[in-house]
Design a protein around this ligand. Structure first.
Ligand SMILES: Cc1cc2nc3c(=O)[nH]c(=O)nc-3n(C[C@H](O)[C@H](O)[C@H](O)COP(=O)(O)OP(=O)(O)OC[C@H]3O[C@@H](n4cnc5c(N)ncnc54)[C@H](O)[C@@H]3O)c2cc1C
Length: 326
């Protein structure tokens, strides 16, 4: 618990309210309790203040005040982190970015959006969805976590396998440095000149500064989505199938959504179902243990055969016929 004298606390609260406006500062112990931990509830600490800035200038002014008063400060998004990253030091300031949650600009021609850090991850996909776009990094917490928190933790999700993690989707950042200076890192294109400071910032867990604007890539939604369910009786076989799919460059060709790809997916699904049926049939015979082992090896080889032998030529043909997709 902080030991800040009440008089100093009242004066600082007043000063913080002058920066962020009335209603933008919490300092009562009951209110502060909500911010005493993130998803890692094992560790808890109470700040002196939780502050809700609305702009980069607000953030810079609060950071300068914290420096002047020698108060520790930490940025906070939605608090879904699982590593205690937004935990306050005992006392000091938490800067909650939740009021900075706007999509500032969308440039559909260049597939770029400029957003504020408190924007909930999924809300960006909702915003650009009606025009056929989405934001690819999809942590499982995407209904709650913020793009600012995603940047600090370089978050990823199921789309990561094909599209990469957050760092692969951030082009530029406006950042408030630890001394309160506001700077821009990167730009609006993939190959900004100079050192890759955006790449250094993303994944730095909030230790390099506070992101106040973020330029992200948005992607075109695939024209069709097909779900394939394959059932395996051994984990090794399932793992081998995944490796084969990656090895056959299927991920690079998926998402094209044309007729060729749909045919390829149907053939792929049908092959797996056939393989599973045949495999179930001969596994039901009372084979000797040695023969059973041999049968399992045949299973394994057949999975490779189906994926690499059947699917790759189709995927390659599709690839040749559609070379204009990312
Ligand atoms: C149910 C559940 C599922 C999850 N699934 C995934 C998953 O699939 N993949 C994954 O990667 N993670 C996952 N996480 C972890 C967490 O959701 C992510 O790390 C997420 O990116 C945190 O975002 P947040 O807005 O909650 O950030 P917070 O928890 O508030 O903060 C996280 C870090 O970011 C810093 N920070 C916040 N905003 C800024 C800013 N504007 N500038 C600089 N630093 C900032 C904080 O100081 C802190 O260090 C999951 C968590 C839960 C609870």
């Amino acid at each position: 618990m902080s030991s800040m004298p009440p008089q100093r606390k009242a004066a600082l609260r007043h000063e913080l309210e002058t920066i962020v406006g009335g209603g933008g500062v919490l300092s009562d112990p009951e209110e502060l309790l909500v911010y005493e931990s993130d998803g890692l509830t094992l560790f808890r600490a109470l700040a002196d203040f939780v502050v809700f800035p609305r702009s980069a200038e607000d953030v810079a002014a609060v950071v300068k005040l914290a420096n002047r008063e020698q108060l520790p400060f930490v940025a906070r998004g939605a608090g879904t982190g699982l590593s205690g990253g937004c935990l306050p030091a005992e006392g000091g300031l938490v800067l909650s970015l939740m009021r900075m949650n706007r999509v500032l600009e969308v440039d559909y021609d260049n597939q770029v959006a400029v957003v504020e850090p408190g924007l909930v991850n999924l809300h960006l996909s909702w915003a650009v969805g009606p025009r056929g776009y989405y934001y690819a990094p999809d942590p499982s917490s995407q209904q709650a976590c913020t793009i600012g928190g995603n940047i600090a933790n370089n978050s990823g999700g199921p789309h990561t396998l094909k599209y990469g993690v957050t760092v692969n989707h951030v082009l530029g950042l406006e950042v408030v440095m630890p001394d309160g200076e506001i700077v821009w890192l990167g730009g609006r294109t993939r190959d900004a000149l100079g050192y890759d400071l955006t790449g250094i910032f993303v994944g730095s867990e909030g230790t390099f500064g506070i992101a106040t604007k973020i330029v992200v890539r948005i992607m075109k939604k695939p024209q069709a989505v097909t779900t394939v369910l394959a059932v395996f009786d051994q984990v090794d076989h399932a793992s081998a199938a995944v490796s084969s799919i990656v090895g056959a460059f299927v991920l690079w060709h998926a998402g094209r959504g044309d007729l060729g790809m749909q045919i390829a997916l149907v053939v792929f699904a049908a092959s797996l179902i056939a393989l599973y049926s045949v495999s179930s049939l001969y596994h039901s015979f009372p084979w000797e243990p040695e023969w059973k082992r041999r049968m399992q090896r045949i299973d394994h080889s057949m999975i490779y055969l189906v994926v690499a032998g059947t699917y790759t030529p189709i995927a390659m043909a599709v690839s040749k016929s559609t070379s204009n997709c990312s």
